[in-house]
Every structure is written in C-alpha cells, then in structure tokens.
Design a binder for this molecule. Structure first.
Ligand code: MLT
Ligand code: ZN
Length: 454
C-alpha cells in the first residue's frame, strides 16, 4: 500500500487512541536517545499492552509497508532504539506482565516493559534477586536489556543478560508469536531462541516477555574503594581478589578523570587519595557478612593502597554513587562520544594508555573520561568536546581495540553507532551469515533497519 495515512487509525483500533501518539510533543521523548546524540522523527509512537497487541501492531505496519523501531526504557547509548527514518516506534513499556516468582525453579516470567529495578524488587520479595544490575536500573527495561545483552556490574559472578534468559516470547516481522516461557534448563530441541534474540537489538523480533533465571538475594554486602598507583596495579589486584574473595560480586573501575568529574558533580571529596592512578570499587555479597573476607584480602594484597570501606548503608550508598553517577555527570557537561569496548586484561593498561594518546593527539582540547567494569576489561571511553575529531577517534580507538584482541562493544550493543565497524570485528563471512539470518526472519527489513547490520 503506498499511503500510510490510515495507519494511526488502524493502530488505534488495536491499542486505543491514548496509546497512539502522533502529536510531535508527545512523540518527542521517544525520538531522542538518552545521551541526546541520536535523534530522528517517528511516524507514530504506539504503546501496546500485551503480546497480541504487539503482534497486531506488527501486522498493521507490515500491511502499510512501514518499518518499526522497538524501544524499551530508551536508555540505550548507541542509537539503536530511536527512529531514523520515520519508522513506527513500538514502545514496550506497557508490557508489564509480572508472574509470581517460581521459587522451585528460581525463575520468574515478566513482560519486556518491566524495569530492572521492578524485577529486582519483585524477586527480592521472594528472597531471590535479579543477577544483572547497572546504573540505569530504574528506567532500563528487561526487554531492552535482553535485546542488547546488557551486562553491568555483576557479570564477574553471574554473566551478562544472555545468561539470565531461560525463555523468551517474541513477535516476528510477520506478526507471528514465537518462543517459550517454560524456562526448562535442559532442552535440546534445536537452535536456542533466547540465545539468538539476546543481543539481536530488535532486528530479528520484538521481545515481549522473558523467563528470567534468578539468583540468591545476598543480604550482606561489603564494599570498598581502593586507590592504586596505576591501572596495571588494578589488574594485578583483580587477579589476587578473584582467588581470595569467594563472595566477589563486582569489581568496577574509575580512572582519575572519572573520579574527579563525579566528585565535582556530587560535591563529595574523593574518599581515598585523589592522586591515585586508578580507583577500584569492590563489592562482595553473601548470606553471612563478607566484611572480614574483604578486609583481610585488601590488607594482604593491597597493604599500601588507600582504602575506604563502607561501614553502613549510607557509606556504601556513597561509594556506589561515585560509580553510578559517572554517566550522568558526563552528560551534565555535554554530549559525549561514547565508545564501549572490552580489552583482554593482559592488554588493558597498555591499551588504555594508547587510547589516551590517540585522543590527546586527535582532539587536544577534548576531555576524556575513562571508567568501566574492570573484571571484564570493559572500558567506557567517553570523550567530551571531540568535535570534528569524533569520527577519527572512533576509527583509531576501535582499530586498536580489535588489534589487541578486544571487542568494539562489550555491553551497549552495535546500534547505528558502530554498524559499519561490525565487518572489521566479525569478518565478511560471519557478517554474511548474520545477514542471512536477518533475511530469513525479516525478509522485508522492517525490524530496526540500519541497526547492527550496516
Ligand atoms: C556504565 O557502566 O555506567 C554505562 O554502561 C557507561 C556509559 O555511560 O558509557
Ligand atoms: Zn557499563
């Protein structure tokens, strides 16, 4: 059909008028990403309330030949969840199914639109916990986290989002509903749909519900911030802590640029020697208090380092706030160029120095803020005021990361930001194979066109 004038009315017949947003003011918050870097106009924003409505919406869009961008909490950082070319934005935030926690299976089934914080709280009410956690927990949705294979701070213990998805329900480009929410841990019945869709960034199907694996809710935590002379020392400490701390839950990194910025932003003094070359935030969690374990390990393995140990919930919250607020503090100053990379730990310190060198050379007036998830070698290279050098910085940094055996996206996804880099990372044969999968599931390229695959 050539004209799509009838599309809003058809969508309103599926989800009701209030959930079909055509007014530019109402659409606007769905059209710009969280960073303010990516923006496009949506033909219409539609907010289905259940899987059948998503299916009907997808069929209607197919009928009118209109492409779709699925969007969760709009906390993505690579432009994968906002429109680019007058697509229909399908907001998943009303997919709020929330089943009772299955304690025997240690699983729960939830709609794609629940936030991470909602699922965490729901699970904790039954004594269990969501394994994945990151700063955007109050807005980021389970569907978005699965679609991007999000990671966050607890990957060292529980893996990324892909490892939590025991079952999935999704709507294909033709409107068919597929998947299973049974979540049986053993099922050898062919290709594993949850694995295929985790990290597919809305290009193969729209995730509508997820069966999540839950982990024990550890009520006792011990948290410390350690200032070390260099990033190399931080990596050495990590190796020792892995052995010494059976309850290790997260090992997060702030380089001095990030610590200075976030302390300025929060108005807090740096809790350890501000002249340190790297700051590591360590958390242990267990059924009994892991504080002695952490204190003993630090006095044995980091005896000369400045250490701040949380003694109560307030001091713990203050330490965690330092790491959680870096992204917000950056955006408070400007719109950064964000590169989310992971580098093998043996190469991390040297590569980080080289990245600093690249940015100093290409954009001498830029402000580089490096931080991330030390345990996975996951460095968030954020450059403010990169100006015209943004493209050259991206090219040189990503090239270096690939040469060092790293990955050009560790947890944010490829989105539109890095799609032309995918072939450099994965090689032509593999990208062709991925393209064949896309072609098979979405032959008309209506699901998130331009994202992931160039
Ligand atoms: C974080 O870990 O805080 C975010 O993934 C990083 C970012 O904003 O670049
Ligand atoms: Zn991160």
């Amino acid at each position: 059909m050539s004209s799509d004038d009838g599309l809003p009315a058809e969508l309103a017949a599926i989800v009701d008028d209030a959930n079909v947003l055509t007014d530019p003011d109402l659409r606007s918050r769905y059209e710009t990403d969280w960073t303010g870097r990516y923006h496009g106009e949506a033909r219409v924003v539609v907010r289905p309330a259940n899987t059948s409505e998503v299916s009907a919406v997808v069929r209607a869009c197919a009928h009118f030949g209109v492409a779709i961008v699925a969007q969760g909490g709009n906390t993505g950082l690579v432009g994968g969840g906002v429109p680019r070319n007058r697509e229909v934005v399908v907001s998943t935030t009303r997919l709020n199914r929330c089943d009772a926690v299955d304690i025997a299976a240690s699983q729960v089934t939830v709609g794609a639109g629940l936030t991470l914080a909602q699922v965490r709280d729901h699970s904790r009410a039954s004594g269990l916990d969501l394994a994945v956690d990151f700063a955007a927990r109050d807005s980021a949705t389970i569907g978005g986290a699965a679609a991007t294979n999000a990671g966050g701070s607890r990957v060292i213990r529980f893996g990324t989002m892909r490892a939590q998805v025991a079952g999935i329900e999704a709507v294909l480009a033709n409107g068919e509903i597929v998947g299973s929410l049974a979540g049986l841990p053993k099922a050898t019945v062919g290709l594993h749909l949850p694995s295929l869709l985790s990290g597919s960034e809305g290009t193969l199907a729209i995730i509508t519900a997820v069966r999540l694996r839950l982990v024990p809710w550890y009520r006792h935590t011990a948290t410390a911030l350690v200032g070390l002379p260099s990033l190399g020392d931080a990596v050495e400490l990590l190796a020792k802590l892995r052995r010494a701390l059976p309850h290790l839950d997260s090992v997060e990194l702030l380089m001095p640029s990030a610590m200075t910025l976030v302390c300025e932003f929060l108005g807090h003094p740096c809790p350890v020697d501000a002249a340190s070359g790297a700051f590591v935030l360590i958390e242990c969690a267990g059924d009994s208090d892991p504080m002695d374990e952490l204190i003993n390990a630090l006095s044995e393995h980091a005896p000369d380092s400045g250490t701040a140990i949380a003694t109560d919930e307030t001091s713990r919250a203050n330490l965690i706030a330092l790491r959680d607020n870096v992204t917000v503090a950056i955006n408070h100053i400007g719109v950064p160029l964000k590169l989310d990379v992971a580098i093998p730990l043996a190469e991390l310190a040297q590569s980080t120095r080289e990245i600093e060198g690249i940015i100093a050379r290409l954009a001498p007036t830029a402000r580089l803020i490096n931080f991330g998830h030390l345990a996975e070698g996951n460095l968030h290279v954020n450059t403010l005021f990169a100006g015209d050098a943004a493209g050259a910085i991206t090219d040189e940094v990503l090239q270096l990361v690939i040469e060092r055996g790293g990955v050009i996206s560790a947890e944010h996804g490829i989105g539109v930001a890095k799609s032309h880099w995918l072939v450099v990372q994965r090689g032509a044969a593999e990208v062709e194979a991925l393209r064949s999968i896309k072609q098979a599931l979405d032959p008309s390229n209506v699901l998130n066109p331009g994202v992931l695959l160039p």
